[in-house]
Structures are given as C-alpha cells and as structure tokens.
Ligand binder design. Structure first.
Ligand SMILES: [Zn+2]
Length: 259
C-alpha cells in the first residue's frame, strides 16, 4: 500500500472492494447478537438495539445493513463515521488511486464528511450565513482553493438531508437530557421580527458543572393573536413532547402584557 501511486488500477479496485465487504461484515458483528448459521445456507442474528431477528443468505449482509439503515439510521451513521476515521489511512491510499481518475473525494471520505459538516455547523448554523452560500460562485471558488478534491454539497442536500438529520439528532439529545434531569425550569419568550411575525421560543437552561447552557426546546411561529390560550397550548405541547410535565419546577417569562 505504501507505494500506492505506482500500484495498478486492478489492485486499487480489489482492495477497495475488500474494504467494503469487511465493513458490511462488521455491521453484523457490531449490531447483531446470537449470530448463528441456519440450514439451508442462511444465517440469522438478533438486532442488539430492537431485538428484531434478521436472516440472510449465509455470508450476505444486505438484509442486516438494510435493517440498520431503515430502523436505526442515526446509530448506523454514527458508527460508520467512526469507522471511516479508523480507516482513514487506508482510505486515503485508496483515494489517492481513485484520485488519478476523478480528482474528487468519495462521499464517505473523512475529509469530505468533515468539510461538509463544518460548512453546515460552523458557517450556516453558527455564523448564520444563508443557505444560498453554497450556490454562490465566490464560495465555490473559495472551496476550490481550500481543497480542490472536495465536492461542494447542494442547497437541496442541506435542506432535504443534512439539516433534518442534524435536527433529529439534536431532538434525541434534548430528550435524553430531559429524561436524565430530576427537575427542570424553562423559559418562555415571544419574539417579533422586523416584519412583525411572532414566534414563541421555549428554552431550557441547564448547569453542567459550573457551566450554564441554554437549550432551545422549541421555536415556532405564532399564528393569530398571541393570547394566553395560544401560548399555553404551545407550551403544553412542548412540555408533553419532552415528558417534563412532572419535573417542571419553574417557568420564567418576559413581562409582555399578554402573559
Ligand atoms: Zn433493530
């Protein structure tokens, strides 16, 4: 592998196929228990997350992989991302070989994944840059200079795929946080933007050690008049959604007249 640049294309292809087969086999090892061979010519395992049984032709993994992709997508992707980092060096060598053909990273290449993540988390979410950024020529040129092998994701990929996944993951973390808390207090605010559209925001302040952190549980547009009834309905929806109705010890609101 060390003299990869001079390796033949055939060698590059076969080792990449082996990697993928290994990866699929390890899905079974990692997520399924009581794995056993069954007659005739099949194997069976129990999902360690939901206990559902999955069977497939012996040595074949497509049913196992499909189960993970459809039933436990976030666990599967998290595991895959970690796996990619472990395969980093191997992957780079393979990428070097593929590079001679396409000049671009594969979609699961760690560098490709990291840059995409950073554009979404740091630029779009943290800096609040509009999504149209990824369609602008200036940014395309900039990324070409940052890393010519990186393929810029489309705006559609961000809205249809990346943001919903990030959102789901965030909700899961918030639910876990609420689940583990003994008592919670929440803050309820009403915002009005420059076009006089109103939003209700419910935040959850937490202490982790001495660090005060504020988590946004819900941010929703308010339709109609924001009377106490409308606010209460939204508030109860959120409280029930996170199952914190019995843990709530304090509710803080601003001093608007409609509280
Ligand atoms: Zn399962």
């Amino acid at each position: 592998m060390s003299n990869s640049a001079s390796s033949s294309t055939t060698f590059g292809c076969s080792s990449s196929t082996n990697n993928i087969t290994e990866l699929k086999q390890s899905v079974v090892k990692n997520f399924f228990i009581d794995v056993q061979a069954r007659k005739p010519n099949s194997w069976y395992g129990k999902c360690s997350i939901c206990s559902q049984g999955v069977a497939d032709t012996y040595g074949t993994t497509s049913n196992f992989v499909r189960h993970m992709k459809t039933k436990h997508e976030s666990e599967y992707e998290e595991w895959l991302a970690k796996k990619n980092i472990n395969l980093d060096t191997k992957q780079r060598n393979i990428d070097d070989m593929i590079k001679q053909k396409t000049n671009k990273y594969s979609s699961i290449n760690p560098r490709q994944v990291k840059l995409t993540e950073s554009i979404i988390k740091d630029l779009i979410i943290e800096c609040g840059v509009p999504l149209s950024l990824v369609e602008q020529n200036g940014f395309k040129n900039f990324m070409e200079i940052v890393d010519p092998m990186y393929s810029l994701l489309s705006r559609r990929q961000i809205t249809r795929d990346k943001l919903p996944k990030l959102h789901d993951r965030m909700i899961m973390k918030l639910k876990a946080l609420c689940n583990n808390a003994e008592y919670v207090s929440v803050t309820l605010d009403v915002w009005t933007d420059r076009r006089l559209r109103s939003y209700i925001g419910i935040t959850l302040p937490t202490f982790v050690g001495d660090d005060l952190k504020s988590h946004l549980l819900s941010f929703a547009p308010l339709k109609g008049h924001h009377t106490a009834d409308v606010l209460l309905a939204e508030f109860e929806k959120v409280i029930n959604y996170y199952h914190i109705e019995k843990k709530l010890v304090r509710l803080i609101t601003d001093n608007a007249s409609n509280n």
